[in-house]
Design a protein around this ligand. Structure first.
Ligand code: ADP
Length: 399
């Protein structure tokens, strides 16, 4: 069957559309005025009854058959808890007009199929049917109501497509999260073994040559990097599927920063890290997570600066004395204004570093989450070619 038009039957305005469009189909097919009026009247009779009791009817006008014998059908489907019979008033008249009238009820779903055989003299063929279909696809709306209805339909289709796309993306996102979660856990065990054996070998210093010692050193550095990446992957996965866990304790901020910077200075021997302390404060925080924040900010400051650069770490108590601001300032490549908001997004990396500097774009995403979980804020300021300042705040308990 070739579908020519479909009209949803919701209210009286649709009754007008059903009648006029049925007439038009008859006219386009070349039916006599009497036949097309009979067809359109029968359609109207059924449509009126359906609209009176429901608002979910659909009228389809279709052509069935094969060359050279075709017939036109008006098929109306609707659902109703009310019991309908083929002899009900509107249906009864329609049946009188079109004897090829089939009434079908299945539970609360009803289908009414009314047909008329088309005379051969109309010379219907596939080409004519295709033309008829495209005629009704392109025909201008009969009135403002049909125009709105058409637009509404298009909007509904668009909304449906968008919902489908969102669902596909959500499914993909879930699969990706699951993959990250499994991969990071699987990575953890072999990395721990590699790190363990490297440490063990380092303890045997003196029993191997200097060259082997250098290789071991490199192995240790790379194993630590790998371990940090696996940790970041695991954190991202935790953030997606729940939350990061914290062990909050009271921390003396100045001593904490001094100690952390001293450890990191060992990791970056070519970089000078200066500390400029403001008033000392105690904060409520998770030591390991705050270490992670410093490791990320200082690591980035080193990574995105020239070798032999210096970095400043500054602390400053706010005027309200309610929070402390910690700033990590570098003199490296800088970040453009447009990119500053995006660098805290998951997996976001600047285009210009993607080939030259290793990384996955997870560090600042996790860092910003840790800072916000500590009740603080994080932001960056930067000038291209001059350097960047990453600042974060934490609520304090002053000494
Ligand atoms: P990664 O360094 O692994 O790419 P991050 O989340 O730590 O991931 O950083 C995201 C991006 O922000 C980096 O890829 C880099 O483009 C930019 N960025 C971060 N810190 C700096 C910095 N100090 N100087 C210049 N660019 C930086």
């Amino acid at each position: 069957m070739k579908e020519i038009i479909d009209i949803s039957l919701e209210n009286e305005m649709d009754l007008v559309l059903a009648h006029r469009r049925s007439l038009q189909v008859g006219e386009q097919l070349g039916l006599t005025v009497a036949t097309r009026t009979t067809f359109a009247t029968a359609v109207s009779e059924v449509a009126r009854t359906v609209i009176e009791y429901t608002d979910n009817g659909i009228l389809n006008i279709k052509i069935s058959g094969n060359f050279p014998r075709y017939s036109i059908h008006a098929i109306i489907v609707f659902n109703s808890d009310q019991l309908f019979k083929a002899t009900d008033e509107g249906f009864f008249y329609a049946k009188k007009l079109l004897p090829d009238f089939n009434f079908n009820a299945s539970g609360n779903s009803y289908t009414i199929d009314m047909g008329i055989g088309l005379p051969r003299s109309l010379k219907i063929d596939q080409q004519k049917l295709s033309f008829l279909k495209s005629f009704f696809n392109e025909v201008p709306p009969l009135n403002a109501y049909e125009e709105i209805k058409k637009k509404n339909n298009q909007l509904n289709i668009l909304t449906g497509e968008q919902e489908e796309e969102i669902k596909i993306r959500r499914d993909l996102d879930e699969k990706k999260s699951e993959f990250i979660s499994i991969a990071s856990h699987e990575l953890k065990t072999p990395i721990t073994v590699v790190k363990g054996y490297t440490q063990l070998l380092k303890l045997l210093k003196g029993q191997y040559s200097e060259k082997v010692g250098q290789v071991l050193e490199k192995l240790d550095v790379q194993a630590n990097k790998l371990s940090m990446l696996a940790q970041q992957l695991m954190d991202v996965s935790k953030m997606e599927n729940g939350y990061l866990q914290y062990d909050f304790v009271t921390i003396d901020l100045n001593s904490f920063i001094k100690e952390t910077v001293s450890i990191l200075s060992g990791v970056y021997p070519d970089t000078q890290i200066n500390i400029l302390f403001g008033q000392n404060c105690k904060v409520n925080g998770d030591q390991l997570r705050l270490e992670q924040v410093f490791t990320n900010l200082l690591g980035n400051a080193v990574k995105y600066s020239q070798k032999g650069t210096f970095i400043d770490v500054l602390t400053e108590l706010s005027e309200s004395k309610k929070e402390i601001r910690v700033t990590v300032k570098d003199h490296g490549m800088g970040i453009s204004k447009d990119e500053l908001d995006k660098i805290f997004n998951k997996f976001y990396r600047l285009e210009e570093v993607s080939k030259s500097h290793p990384g996955l774009g997870m560090g600042l995403y996790i860092t910003s989450k840790i800072v916000s979980d500590h009740g603080g804020k994080i932001w960056a300021e930067s000038v291209i070619g001059e350097g960047s300042s990453f600042s974060f705040t934490i609520p304090v308990h002053c000494l």
